[in-house]
Write a protein that binds this ligand. Sequence first.
Ligand code: GLA
Length: 654
Amino acid sequence: MSLTRVPGLLFGGDYNPEQWPEEVWAEDVRLMAEAGVTMATVAVFAWSRLEPEPGAHDFAWLDRVLDLLHEHGVAADLATATATPPPWLVRDHPEVMPVDAQGVRLEFGSRQGYCPSSPVFREHAVRLAAAMATRYGGHPALAMWHVGNEYADHTLECFCPESARHFRAWLRARYGTVAALNTAWGTSCWGQHYTGFEQVEPPRKAPGPVNPGQLLDWRRFCSDALLELFAAERDTLREITPDIPVTTNFMSLLHGLDYWTWAAAEDLVSDDAYPDPADPGSHVAVALSYDLMRSLKRRPWLLLESAPSAVSWREVNAPKPPGMMRLHSLQAVAHGADGVMFFQWRQARYGPEKFHSAMLPHGGVHTRGWRDTLRLGADLRRLGEVAGTATRAEVALVFGWDSWWGLEAPESMPSNRLRLKELLLAWYAPLHARGIAVDLAPPDRDLSDYRVVIVPNLYLCTAEQAKALAAVTGELVVGPFSGVVDESDQVHDGGAPGPLRDLLGVAVDEFWPLPDGATQRVRHAGGGTGRARTWTEWLRPDDDVAVLARYEGGDLDGLPAVTRRGTATYVSCLLDDVTPVLDRVLGGVPAIGPPPGVEAVRRGRHLFLLNHTTAPQQVTLPYQGRDLLTDTDLRGVVRLAPRDAVVLRIEGDT
Ligand code: GLA
């Protein structure tokens, strides 16, 4: 099933015609048609132009834009335009602006200036969404709704009195009684016992470390509060235009929002991704977030924004060298995207993003950028048959947002150096290098489909989650500092790994974090040594537990580092190289094994080979078939030019 009614792979970008005189629009749509653009995201920041005064709408200009797009075969990802409130709303209701943890109310003059809990903002946003849906629900250009924009980009949290009220209501719903809240938050520590919900406040700046239980619930609340705001607009849209899918653009692997929950609340997953062209490893990290996007709903997703070349918000904004825009776009498709879109269509002449690259650069149609746009449009047309196809992964990487929030809470952990993204990448990168497909999964999903389930870290692990992990039928690998606390951030009885104790057959006697730069030697049972950094543990294994690696030298000399009970492996440290563990657990999981720097990804009947290096590479094809990009038959050894790609339609039944 396709994501929208537009066939093939979507191609296009954010289009901000309100920043241009109307004479330019005709050229825009003519060039869009020339480039093969099929979708444009419109009106994201247009509230102040669509409703210049309270209740007085000016839709005429947007009518003309949508008509023009439609006449040129371009569908609209139409925003509800609520990503920035108009000046009059802020003037009439200054309380819609967010307040920071120090109590400072932020000012108008940028974007996303709203308190997620503000009823006034919500009411006005829903009213505008309703007006948009009523006006454009029947417009032939309308293909999908784009609610808000990158929630939590600038505004994740607000500490104003309204947010405090909302937080208290959320806590009441979660705990019922203040006694239950006291128990969950452990308020007997440092004298924080509450006698009524009205005494509870958001975790504003305090003299010392803030209660971690309160912080964890605040993270949950902030994700939920923004989700409520999104859902209020979504419900209105669904009521008026039930057949138009609703999305909001995610921000890859974002700490602030629990995308497992968010994805369930939208019709299709879309993402914005901006790998740094100057970082030679960024294609691996971005592949991880693309796999997350595909896993959120276990179906194709849409790359809704990416940069044709440089962005404008890093300290130094490296352009994408020739071939990279195309390669990165094909990479998204390989990982399940049913379209590639950009920020933005025409490069701005003013505003904070005037130096951000665009599909149509300042220099117009004589630029390298424009040639790249034309080339990519043509390539995506050739790949139309890939749209809608599924990825089959036999390996799952498990993580959950509240565990992430607990793990990275400030100030009260054994070490602040355990960062979830790094822990995920330590496993993902070697799997990716072998060309093994990986799904991401939340800890409470049924994991019985997978031959190998890897949990890089599950600091917060509930009894139910432990049950789900115990039900894994394939190999299970659990990383360090897992099973430490329950859903209230309270240490499990007997210490780590808490509810995973019997499954893994080990107890953690003491956490043994390493100072920055220090390493600990590890000797693998099969021979060979490796190194751990950042984190080690003093383990007490049960008698029937096999020791697969031991610490060698240092304080933990001779103690187990990696253990195994049945098909459950526990890795108590951050290994520099997890190859020995992977070699043991991967068994017959199919691996394509491309040369270093070449990415090999199967999607349905198609094999993508992506050369991320600046040298030519040779790959021995595991299948024969037709390269859709060059329309030639390939078999045996293929040569990939630097930053070039092959998309093979595999012949025969595989
Ligand atoms: C995000 C936003 C866009 C724009 C780009 C710039 O994708 O959604 O509005 O700011 O970043 O990279």
